[in-house]
Design a protein around this ligand. Sequence first.
Ligand SMILES: Nc1ncnc2c1ncn2[C@@H]1O[C@H](COP(=O)(O)OP(=O)(O)OP(=O)(O)O)[C@@H](O)[C@H]1O
Ligand SMILES: [Mg+2]
Length: 429
Amino acid sequence: MIEELNDFSSFGLDEHSSVGSDTAVAPGVDTRLPNGAALAVVDADQAVRDYLANQLGEGVAAAASMAELETRFGMGPIVVVLGPSCAAPSDLAVVERWTRTNPEVGSILVTSELTTTLLQTALRAGVKDVISAPIDQIQLIDTVGRVAEGLSVAKPMPSGPGESESIEVDGTEGRIISVFSTKGGSGKSVTATNLAVALARRSDKPVVLIDAHLQFGDVAVMLKLQPQHTVVDAISQLDRLDVTMAHDLMTVHEESGLMVLPAPLEPAFADQISGAQMVQLVHLVRSFAGHVVLDMPAFFIDVVLSLLEASDDIILVAGLDIPNIKNVKLGLSTLALLDIPREKLHLVLNRADSKVKLDVGEVEKTLQIQAAAHVPSDVTVPISVNKGSPVVISSAKSGVARAFEQLAGRFLDGAAAVEKTSTRRKFFG
Ligand SMILES: Nc1ncnc2c1ncn2[C@@H]1O[C@H](COP(=O)(O)OP(=O)(O)OP(=O)(O)O)[C@@H](O)[C@H]1O
Ligand SMILES: [Mg+2]
């Protein structure tokens, strides 16, 4: 393979590089990273294996193919550095199977030529990162460290019913609240995280926040969480998932007690999740949660449509500018066409204050819907996002926090709750 790379230097090698004996380590020899993960390199070409192993230091296991490595290591935390020969579909298929069944396998692909197709295929197969030649040793070691760190937070999947404390299911169903908008960047995730945290702090029953922005969700970052599991883990076990397992997959936000199921770590996983699966998951979660808040992406895809239909309440977030208002109007017509009852809707006008020069009353008239909350534009919001601490906690006295607390009050018993009517009145008559 080294020869096929044409130029030794393209791979960071020169002809005088030492390509000593195979660095393969016999089964059972401890080649663990400090956090307990094993480290291995795989390539069909021994010279490439040796080169990569030398870059990574001593005691690195080596194998000629993924299949060989798999038979030697089986389950357990391991970081695998794949050489260029592993870009072949047969090796990537093994990576995919191994990664899907064992969350403690992390792989990095090293390639002599990075193409968009290879990058997409590798990420789809579950490869965590792709590095192209010439190899920068520091970058390689950093990447291995990062992938190993990711593995160290993974815990084994809950194996079945009854593994942990029993979860109270009282026969009532929690309220499903989607936070949606037809415009990206309008403030959905800020609204979803603040609403969910406010609800969790004021509700007796568990409150769950699910990041349904499967490709680029940022709920975990906004709440500064290091998720152990994601929506993918729940969906991949859907057939045998029960309330205890679903509960065990959640990451708890310590300050509020909110339970969070974050979006997949790799955008490629999003393609594999259907709307029907997400609805099945949300229905299971509502059997033990008082509220299930869903943070959505800004487009009408299968997952979004199914979840909007399954929601008891839809919070529409609109920034206070003309493109936002135009998009919300279009979104409202689409929701009407989809037969979504009007009483499910709650409009949140974000960045709504006098400085923006748009009259809130006019906007409400144009949209034919009264706003449930006016959230001011405030620098505390980006500060809180960067800190990973929601405004309702970090700036509890701000106008933004008050607006979100007031919004939460609508969904809590005893407060000025919005009554859910059984009449399925449609939009615009
Ligand atoms: N009321 C506000 N005041 C000031 N800044 C705000 C406000 N609301 C949101 N922002 C800023 O806008 C950014 C985008 O918000 P957010 O991530 O919630 O949007 P989004 O609708 O979830 O975006 P996406 O469509 O990408 O998921 C935030 O990082 C935040 O800094
Ligand atoms: Mg978002």
